[in-house]
Write a protein that binds this ligand. Structure first.
Ligand code: URA
Length: 271
């Protein structure tokens, strides 16, 4: 291993001399979506988008309400998301009521970063910090994601980051299929607008939904797939929340990042 690689591994918190037998990952990739705070939009973004107004936590009641099961609302008018620009997307998502998650969200979270990024990261859903701040991956998992990006020599601002769901599921439960369907057109439109050269699915939920697969992360990672709807190369890797719980797996995520670089190296191509 050369000095550059050792530097990268250190930046990701990987101790170079540790050697251990790693279990094949079948444990849930997504944990309770963590805590804390962090940074902002991209200077590299050629088309900065208006962000939906972020509601402050002072205005929001703390307890997690239970969503009433009954009283199905009248069907909402279908939005034509397929032609939306960034501004319309931001407004559409912030006003979206296509599923019940709008009842418990503080902020809808569209995405953040370079609107012409070469790498697009897609996670699962906003957690408590993301819901508060209106930006994806700003908690502890986001901080680790930032470290992983540094490890490959690119900044958070040079990539685009989004989630399968735009609203936080109560208690960070897994997204339900009807919620994923309700949100899908937004993500698809984001992918069409960004036109990334590579999609990196963070965690089992993102990977399974993007690939329409029920396979484990252990099976999905380590190879180049394609996002069916645009043909974009797609790599699945562990969710940063999982890596926080299972730091031994960081070595595999480093392998995944090297695979990503072999598909598209944004440092060379100018992300
Ligand atoms: N986990 C996710 O999948 N997405 C976020 O935005 C934050 C945590």
């Amino acid at each position: 291993m050369d000095a550059r690689q050792q530097h990268y591994l250190k930046a990701m918190g990987i101790t170079a001399w540790v050697r251990r037998e790693l279990p094949d990952e079948e444990a849930p990739v997504q944990e309770s979506l963590a805590t804390v705070a962090a940074p902002q939009l991209s200077e590299a973004d050629p088309a900065p988008r208006p962000r939906p107004a972020v509601r402050s936590k002072e205005t929001t009641p703390a307890p997690e309400p239970n969503i009433p099961a009954a009283d199905e609302p009248a069907p909402l008018p279908q939005l034509d998301i397929t032609h939306m620009d960034w501004e319309a997307l931001a407004r559409g998502v912030s006003e979206c009521q296509q599923c019940d998650l709008h009842k418990t969200r503080m902020n809808a979270v569209l995405g953040v970063g370079n609107a012409r990024a070469q790498w697009m990261f897609i996670g699962e859903a906003p957690g408590v910090d993301e819901d508060r701040q209106g930006e994806p991956f700003v908690g502890r998992a986001g901080q680790l994601l930032n470290e992983m990006l540094k490890a490959v020599g690119i900044s958070r601002e040079s990539v685009y980051i989004a989630n399968i769901l735009k609203c936080r599921p109560p208690n960070n439960r897994d997204p339900q299929p009807h919620e994923v369907s309700a949100c899908h057109a937004y993500l698809r439109r984001q992918i069409e607008l960004v036109q990334p050269k590579l999609i990196i699915a963070l965690g089992r939920v993102a990977a399974q939904n993007l690939l329409h697969s029920e396979q484990s992360m252990g099976n999905l990672r380590g190879e180049v797939h394609h996002y069916e709807e645009t043909g974009t190369p797609l790599i699945a890797t562990y969710h940063p929340s999982y890596l926080l719980r299972s730091p031994g797996e960081k070595r595999k995520s480093w392998q995944d990042l090297k695979l990503a670089l072999s598909v598209c190296n944004p440092t060379e191509a100018g992300a």
